[in-house]
Design a protein around this ligand. Structure first.
Ligand code: LLP
Length: 449
């Protein structure tokens, strides 16, 4: 008896079971991707709510119900995704006043937010104190007077965690390594004793924890364990360093596979750290971005044409480096797959997948084996939910892509394709405009100063 082949299988290269092939066509959960491209146009970011929820559940299961999960907003700051993340039980890891404004705009609570950032400005500190966030991750002694002054004005001490730079090699790309001594982040352990004393001496500051963040796209447990050991050694150097401490924020950085291998074993990280944290009474705080949203997003792009030049073959597509910076910036390799079933007579060849932007660095992939394409064919760039849309720009006066969220069979446009009028709205083409007094980059904040 003939057995029917399975109607669906996980899409090749995808890191989440939400991306499947049904009779060869790419689907996102209960929605076919080609239909989305027809409805919303390309380039188009598509996100799976199920994939995002599944990763949040995995991190929750690894670290336990008492852990505090803070989604790193910078990975993808779309307001609808922030709401979804909140509904799934996460707080937020912020790095700017703008990210705090996003929580306010989305109507989300701010009391579960932590705020890191190597050069926070006064208006950002004031806004976050007014919103009574969970704690600030202090990265530099120069922040202390501003934090203290904000606490005095608010009439309550400001909760701070000290971000230590543990000088641990995370084994990742140099541009996304943050925990080595030569990186600008955190306070070197050798200087941290003075900073703890300064915090302890200030009635408007309260030391509640320690923070480390070693870098992004980590695949080993070792750096996390080493960093905790160094923090413990530091804390054990003086009883005053443990006083009042109740959080250990181990950062984010959990790596994903990008079609080449497994993701970081998050359960193993938790198993390595939790016994120490429990024995000290420190609540774990985790700040993943990429691990939660990376595999939940794809970028759909349409083929414009092919061209060959000497030995090089190019596939010209309508998405470009302004839509997805990662290949140009970090030499990142994202899987790229056809959206429609590939006819059997299409041969495969190695191509550079390039966009319309006038830069040689404008490529989505180089020397990638892909079936021959025709104009109008659709391709999907996988694992772009993190640091895709959030790093997009208008370079070459290209409109930022539309974004849709798929939840089961439901589809919601969560960002309209940018309009040219919207893009030009803040530019002044010679007409006289009132001086808004924005010089110096100051912002009004959240209105509660
Ligand atoms: N916490 C802090 C303090 C961070 O600086 C970051 C990321 C995270 C958490 C979240 O890291 P994740 O879990 O997403 O790895 N644009 C680069 C990544 C830069 C990450 C910056 N900081 C990329 O596309 O690979």
């Amino acid at each position: 008896m003939a057995i029917d082949p399975p109607a669906r299988a996980t899409c090749e290269g995808a890191g989440s079971p939400s991306w499947t092939r049904r009779d060869g066509a790419l689907w996102c959960d209960e929605v076919d991707v080609a239909g989305l491209a027809a409805r919303f146009g390309t380039p188009l970011y598509v996100y799976s709510a199920a994939a995002l929820r599944q990763r949040i559940a995995a991190v929750r299961a690894a670290f336990g119900d008492d852990a505090h999960l803070c989604y790193a907003v910078k990975a993808n700051s779309n307001l609808s995704l922030l709401r979804l993340v909140h509904e799934a039980g996460c707080g937020f890891d912020l790095v700017s006043g703008g990210e705090l404004e996003r929580l306010v705009a989305a109507g989300l609570p701010t009391d579960g937010a932590v705020f890191a950032g190597v050069a926070k400005q006064e208006w950002e500190i004031d806004a976050a104190v007014a919103k009574d966030i969970l704690f600030f991750n202090v990265e530099s002694p120069h922040e202390l007077p501003s934090l203290s002054a904000a606490g005095r004005r608010a009439g309550r001490p400001v909760r701070v965690a000290l971000r230590l730079n543990p000088d641990v090699d995370a084994g990742t790309h140099a541009y996304i390594s943050t925990g080595k001594q030569h990186n600008k982040f955190g306070v070197a352990i050798g200087r941290a004793g003075e900073v703890v004393s300064a915090i302890a001496a200030d009635p408007w500051l309260e030391l509640v924890g320690y923070h480390v963040h070693l870098g992004s796209q980590l695949h080993q447990v070792r750096p996390y364990a080493e960093a905790l050991q160094r923090v413990c050694d530091f804390v054990d150097g003086d009883p005053a360093r443990a006083r009042g401490v109740r959080y250990y924020d181990l950062g984010g950085g959990f790596g994903i596979g990008y079609g080449k291998g497994p993701e970081l074993d998050v359960a193993a990280v938790a198993a390595a750290l939790l016994p120490t944290l429990r024995s000290r009474g420190w609540t774990p705080v985790v700040e993943p971005g990429r691990f939660l949203i990376g595999d939940a997003g794809i970028l759909v792009t349409a083929v414009l044409g092919e061209k060959s030049q000497g030995a090089a073959e190019f596939l010209l597509v309508d998405a470009a480096m302004n839509d997805l910076m990662r290949p140009a910036l970090y030499q990142a390799e994202h899987p790229i797959v056809p959206v429609a079933p590939v006819p059997a007579d299409r041969s495969t060849h190695a191509v550079d997948v390039v966009g319309p932007v006038c830069e040689t660095g404008d490529f989505l992939a180089r020397g990638r084996a892909l079936p021959r394409c025709r104009p109008g064919d659709l391709l999907a760039v996988l694992a772009v939910g993190a640091y895709g849309a959030s790093m997009a720009s208008n370079y070459n006066t290209r409109r930022r892509a539309a974004e849709v969220l798929v939840d089961g069979a439901a589809v919601r446009l969560v960002r309209r394709r940018e309009t040219f009028a919207g893009m030009f709205a803040d530019e002044l083409a010679g007409e006289s405009a009132p001086d808004t007094g924005d010089a110096g980059g100051r912002e009004p904040g959240t209105g509660e100063r």
